[in-house]
Design a binder for this molecule. Sequence first.
Ligand SMILES: *Cc1c(COP(=O)(O)O)cnc(C)c1O
Length: 464
Amino acid sequence: MQQPLRGLPSVDRVLSDPQVRVALASLRRDIVVDMVRQRLDRARQEMVAGGAPPAFENLVGLVLADLALLSRPSLRPVINATGVVLHTNLGRAPLSQEAAAAAQDAALRYSNLEFELDSGERGSRLSHIETLLCRLTGAEAALVVNNNASAVLLGLTALAQGWEVVVSRSQAVEIGGGFRIPDVLRQSGAQLVEVGTTNRTYLADYEAAITGQTAALLRVHPSNFKIVGFTESVPLEQMVRLAHERHLIVLDDLGSGCLLDTAAYGLDHEPMVQESVAAGADLIFFSGDKLLGGPQAGLVVGRADLVRRLRRHPLARAVRIDKMSLAALAVTLLHYLRGEALSAIPIWRMIARPLASLEEQARGWAARLGAEATVVEGESYVGGGSLPGSTLPTRLVAVAPRVPAGGSSGAAAQHLAARLRLGDPPIVARIERDRLLLDPRTVLPDEETPLLNRLSEALHATPA
Ligand SMILES: *Cc1c(COP(=O)(O)O)cnc(C)c1O
């Protein structure tokens, strides 16, 4: 045990500070003692290195900040006023009430997760979604895993390990978050064979690349970028015809995957899962929490014999879906089967929302916020690696905070944004040209009041 240095308080002295004593009531004593010790040790090291002893209040402040981090979960709800419907950093799709309730039930109780109630025997967790997915997409068989990245890895590993997989150069992409198609192929043990050029790939390119070592042709949705101008890509039907002539398979990584037509809402047409099934792709991979609007999951639909090989592969167990996500996913799929997806699934309500209704809400907010707020025309984004470059017209509330004497409007906007992020509940908005922009599209109905309360508070508080 090191000796206390002159000027450094004892552990007990810090623990007897009134504010630290409050924290002691809600956290285990040994944890608090440990944190105080660590802070004192660090201060001691700084003093040994020639630093001055810390002021007692500063030391207590540091300890309180450490303790505050443990006082509640760091992961918590945030109000998304960015207008990006599928914001990966903000958790992608919020669930429907019913889907969230199903996840909660699965969490709080036992369930027939892998148990057949008819026979009393062991069942499969995949049985709860396979029929739903087949009905919705027209596919023969389906399976679901932890996320789409693991679905694609599982598919390539189970079907192409030690073989070649042909991919168009324009589709050998990085999706974001480090998911790079060439790396995933390498990890699966398959060999990537790139064909075509960045902007143009023809059927003949695929044809020329096929060898005795080829297992599959892979199509990948380029997700978050778009090549415009002098481009050429091969329609899925043609890839399928070629592959099947050569006794090969087509794997289709749709990324977002979509069951409803986005073109009905003024967006570009996002490829739909049913279309890939109809075109004859052998296996199709897509996410649960992008345009499907459900929980994080990786969905695979397609040929029964191939789905069976994926299910039986050891990696399937390593990437299996958990029961809460499975419960939420089943309910999300039921929304589509009942024909109520547009009203029940939050992201579809947001996408389908008429401009007039957004305008009315934005005007209401601006009126409530006062002189600093105006309504301006703007755009919402779908995000989540779908529909690059395609936006939805919206109405934004633009807030230009008062600029303190000697300050700049840019700094005032940054300051307001930080204040909104750091409060409770945190609010995330966009900043453009020194104004804070809030999009009503992605704010859930029960978040409107807290959002406006926090905003008026932040705007009308006297700057520190
Ligand atoms: C988003 C995406 C993935 C990864 O899906 P996750 O569900 O996030 O794991 C894979 N491929 C494509 C084309 C994507 O857009």
